[in-house]
Write a protein that binds this ligand. Structure first.
Ligand SMILES: Cc1cc2nc3c(=O)[nH]c(=O)nc-3n(C[C@H](O)[C@H](O)[C@H](O)COP(=O)(O)O)c2cc1C
Length: 392
C-alpha cells in the first residue's frame, strides 16, 4: 500500500513510506552506508550538536530563502544530490528530479551513473541540471562526457573524488545485490513481495539502462553489458590531481569538486581553479571513519577564504539543518536519499513534496532566527558543540 502524499509530514516519513514500497535489497542499497554505518549515524548526530540562537522582536514578515550560486539565482538553498541507478527505485526517476528541480528552481546534480542520459535531463531542466562525473580508468571517456555536457548546454560540472576504491557495503553483499543486477532467486522473491514497485518495471520492460554509458558500449549492448563496462572503468584508483587539472583545462564553465573533507585537499582544489566544493562524505557510503561535513566545514572555510562557494551534503533532513549549514558558510545544502525516496513513493510529486517540506521548514526556522534573508546568517546565529562558549 502506498502512503497518501498529503499525510507525509517530514522526510523521515517519506523514508518510511519508501521502505514499505521498495524491495528490501533496493531499500538497503539506497539507505546503506559503509562498514558498520557509524558515519551514517554521525551525519545526523553532527547536526544535533549545533543549535540555532533565536532572535525575537524583529520584523520577519517578508522572508526570502533565495540564494545566488555561481551568478545565478535559485529559489532555495537546497539541491538534489547526484544518485546513480535512481531508475531502479522508480522508472525515469532521474527525469523526475530534473522536472521537479526546474519547477521549484533548485539545482539537480545528475549522476553520470544515472539511468537517463544527461542530454535528456538537460532538455527537461535546462540550467537547473548540473552534471556529475567520476574519474575513469580511460580518460578519453571522461573527456567525451565533458564534451557531451558542453554540447547539452550544461554549465556546472561536478567531479566526485571520494570513490578511489569500492566501499564495503555489507547490506548489498548480504542481499546479493551487485552491478550488473543479476536476478537471483532471492532478489526475485523480494521483488514479488512488492508488487507496486514491480509493476513499474513490468511496464518499462525490466532493469533500466545506464544511458550515459551507452555510447561507449557496442551498438545494441544489453543493460548488463553497459553496466559491466561502467564497472570496468570506475573506480579509478590511480587517478591523481593531474586528472582534475585536465578536466579544469577542458571544461569551459563552472567546476565543482564533490567529496572534499580535508582542508588540505580543499586548498589544492582552489589552487587548480575549482569554482566550488561540495563538502560531503557521500552520505556515509565510503569511509566509515570520515568526519561529518559539519565538523570540517569551519576549517575548510578558513583554509579557502570567504570567496569560495562551499556546499554540503550527507545527512541533511530538516530545514533547520540547512540553516545551520548556511550559518557555517555553506551556500547550498544538498539532499540525497530523501529525494529518491520521494520519487520511489510518488514519482515527481514525491520529489516536489520533499522539496516543499524542506522549504517550509527553512522558512519557519528563518522566522525563529530573526532573519529575512539567508545572508543575514553567520557564526553568531548558532551555538556550536563547545557548549560553554561565552555569548558575546
Ligand atoms: C543510491 C545512491 C547513489 C549515489 N550515487 C552517487 C553518484 O553516482 N555520484 C556521487 O557523487 N554521489 C552519489 N551518491 C552520494 C550522494 O550524492 C550524496 O553525497 C549523499 O547521498 C548525501 O547524503 P544523504 O543521502 O544523507 O542526503 C549516491 C548516494 C545514494 C544514496
Amino acid at each position: 500500500m502506498t502512503t497518501g502524499i498529503d499525510s507525509l509530514l517530514n522526510l523521515d516519513e517519506v523514508r518510511g513510506a519508501a521502505k514499505r514500497r521498495l524491495p528490501r535489497f533496493l531499500f538497503d542499497f539506497i539507505e546503506g552506508g559503509v562498514d558498520g554505518e557509524l558515519c551514517l549515524r554521525r551525519n545526523r548526530a553532527a547536526f544535533s550538536n549545533w543549535t540555532v540562537l533565536p532572535r525575537y522582536l524583529v520584523d520577519v514578515s517578508a522572508r526570502s530563502q533565495s540564494v545566488q550560486v555561481f551568478g545565478r539565482e535559485y529559489a532555495a538553498p537546497i539541491g538534489i544530490s547526484p544518485m546513480g541507478l535512481a531508475g531502479l527505485a522508480r522508472p525515469q526517476a532521474d527525469l523526475m528530479f530534473a522536472a521537479a528541480a526546474a519547477k521549484r528552481n533548485i539545482p539537480y546534480i545528475m549522476s553520470s551513473a544515472s539511468n537517463a542520459s544527461i542530454e535528456k535531463a538537460a532538455r527537461v531542466a535546462g540550467s537547473n541540471v548540473w552534471f556529475q562525473v567520476y574519474p575513469t580508468t580511460d580518460e578519453r571517456i571522461s573527456q567525451d562526457m565533458v564534451r557531451r555536457a558542453v554540447d547539452a548546454g550544461v554549465t556546472t560540472l561536478v567531479v566526485t573524488i571520494d570513490v578511489p576504491v569500492h566501499a564495503n557495503r555489507e547490506r548489498n553483499r548480504r542481499n546479493g545485490f551487485g552491478r550488473p543486477l543479476r536476478l537471483t532467486p532471492r532478489i526475485v522473491f523480494d521483488a514479488l513481495l512488492h508488487p507496486n514497485w514491480l509493476a513499474g518495471f513490468v511496464s518499462t520492460r525490466g532493469i533500466p539502462m545506464m544511458e550515459n554509458w551507452m555510447p561507449y558500449a557496442p551498438p545494441g549492448a544489453s543493460q548488463a553489458v553497459v553496466s559491466d563496462l561502467y564497472g570496468s572503468l570506475t573506480p579509478a584508483p590511480a587517478v591523481q590531481w593531474q586528472t582534475l587539472e585536465e578536466l579544469r583545462r577542458i571544461w569551459p564553465h563552472t567546476l565543482v569538486v564533490k567529496g572534499v573533507l580535508n582542508p588540505a585537499d580543499a586548498v589544492q582544489c582552489a589552487s587548480l581553479g575549482a569554482d566550488g566544493m561540495i563538502i560531503s562524505n557521500h552520505g556515509g557510503r565510503q569511509l566509515d571513519m570520515a568526519p561529518s561535513p559539519l565538523q570540517v566545514l569551519p576549517a575548510i572555510r578558513s583554509a579557502v577564504g570567504p570567496a569560495m562557494t562551499l556546499m554540503v551534503d550527507s545527512g541533511v533532513r530538516r530545514g533547520s539543518d540547512v540553516i545551520l549549514a548556511s550559518a557555517l558558510g555553506a551556500t547550498l545544502a544538498l539532499v540525497g536519499r530523501p529525494m529518491l525516496y520521494g520519487a520511489a513513493v510518488h514519482g515527481e510529486e514525491g520529489v516536489l513534496k520533499v522539496i516543499d517540506i524542506m522549504r517550509r521548514e527553512i522558512d519557519l526556522t528563518m522566522g525563529q532566527a530573526g532573519i529575512c534573508a539567508l545572508n543575514q546568517l553567520d557564526g553568531r546565529s548558532i551555538l556550536g558543540p563547545e557548549f560553554g562558549r561565552a555569548l558575546t
